[in-house]
Design a protein around this ligand. Structure first.
Ligand SMILES: C[S@@+](CC[C@H](N)C(=O)[O-])C[C@H]1O[C@@H](n2cnc3c(N)ncnc32)[C@H](O)[C@@H]1O
Length: 394
């Protein structure tokens, strides 16, 4: 099957599920208003908030509600492009497998797609939301699929059974989006120390340890696992990667960053990992920040005076601002502050000068960087920013 025809059949599958693709948020919301009452929307917003703040019961209640026939198409249509991105990529790895587990399969949107494409392979979908599993089973019956079954299991409570040569876990291992992850060793570096208790704490509070250990137990000794989570930020990416590596999982191919559109935002997600168990490790884990869009700093190309009074001579709000700051010649610090917040975050703010220009640099241990450079005549502006930042520091 070519890439285009695969995408086409995935779109037909999503249409069969009743999901719609919207390229305009306005059209989506107009459709949402036709389908859901304001009471429905309030209920949904309430449970989404409970899920964000609460425990496993709140999460299960949210997914049970999401499976409701009225809510389902509206909510899951928001994930249309996500399904396209993940579905097409994961399918490329199914042909080498025989027994496949889709962990945290939800209502089985992608599981049913995989099973339709590969009738000669065996698929099992597992999820802890009983309403989601009921929908998945009903849809499987409608499709007449004989190579797919679903189990309602919470791996935090009971073990998984069976033996699989491929496990797919997409948006199911580290969903605690509010968890910032692992801070760097200090504001000066993006490097994470090897602090076992910090790593363990991340794995435990996000539920990653128990889920991953459960999956490793049912994978064949030469099994493969596909993982894609909301772990694009370095602080979340590093502990996920270390959790995978510590369990003997190795990169089978270079991870790919995922980007797709949902309602009201473009989501930078992933990476999409394909991992093997055992064998020789041929690819290294990348713990560096991603290449970013921050402009390079070339002191000779930056003028000594303002063109537009509202625009600094140089401005970079990306991790690459650190390299620009390190490269400032004859850097003289005028004032600086470093503070430690209760969440473990260390924040640094610095006002200084470099060869006649003035700068403000801010950095923290969750990889945020900011460098602004102006000429001498506008340096008071940086003093004001600096004071503002200091006032807001913990
Ligand atoms: C964001 S949804 C993703 C669903 C599906 N994988 C997809 O990509 O559309 C996460 C799913 O993982 C399930 N899940 C989370 N923790 C689980 C656990 N400990 N055991 C079983 N299922 C779990 C949730 O119930 C939910 O349906």
């Amino acid at each position: 099957m070519t890439h285009d025809s695969l995408r086409q059949s995935l779109c037909e599958h999503l249409a069969w599920w009743g999901f719609k693709h919207f390229s305009s948020d306005r059209d989506y919301f107009a459709w949402q208003r036709q389908r859901l009452s304001s009471e429905d929307l309030k209920r949904l917003a309430f449970h989404a908030e409970q899920k964000r703040r609460g425990d496993r019961h709140d999460e299960i209640m949210f997914y049970d509600l999401a499976a409701h026939p009225k809510i389902r198409p509206v909510l899951y249509s928001q994930r249309y492009e996500y399904y396209e991105e993940i579905g097409v990529r994961a399918t490329a790895h199914l042909s080498q497998a025989k027994d496949v587990l889709d962990f945290g399969c939800g209502i089985g949107v992608l599981t049913t797609f995989y099973a339709r494409l590969f009738p000669e392979k065996n698929f099992v979908g597992v999820d802890r939301s009983s309403a989601s599993i009921a929908v998945a089973r009903e849809r499987t019956d409608k499709l007449g699929l004989r190579n797919l079954r679903f189990e309602c299991v919470d791996v935090e409570v009971e073990p998984l059974s069976g033996s699989y040569d491929l496990v797919v876990a997409t948006h199911a291992l580290v969903q605690a989006e509010q968890d910032l992850g692992l801070p760097s060793r200090s504001w000066r570096t993006f490097e994470r120390g090897h602090n076992l208790s910090q790593q363990r704490s991340f794995e435990e509070r996000t539920g990653l340890a128990v889920r991953l250990d459960g999956l490793c137990r049912i994978m064949n000794s030469s099994g493969r696992i596909i993982v894609s989570e909301k772990t694009r930020q370095l602080a979340r990416r590093v502990p996920l990667q270390r959790a995978l590596a510590n369990r003997g999982l190795q990169l089978a191919e270079r991870p790919i960053m995922i980007r797709y559109r949902t309602v009201e935002e473009v989501v930078d997600d992933g990476p999409f990992y394909v991992l093997d168990r055992g064998g020789e490790a041929t690819l290294n884990w990348d713990e560096e920040p991603e290449q970013d869009q921050g402009p390079l700093f070339n002191p000779d190309a930056v003028s000594m005076s303002a063109g537009d009074v509202d625009v600094p001579l140089y401005e970079n709000h990306w991790p690459s601002a650190q390299a620009a700051w390190e490269g400032l010649k004859d850097r003289q610090v005028i004032r600086e502050t470093t503070r430690q917040a209760s969440d473990g975050r260390q924040v640094h703010a610095e006002r200084g000068s470099s060869r006649g220009r003035h700068y403000l640099y801010c950095a923290n241990t969750f990889d945020q960087r900011q460098l602004v450079i102006v000429e001498e005549a506008r340096s008071a502006m940086l003093d004001e920013y600096y004071q503002e930042i200091i006032r807001e520091l913990p």
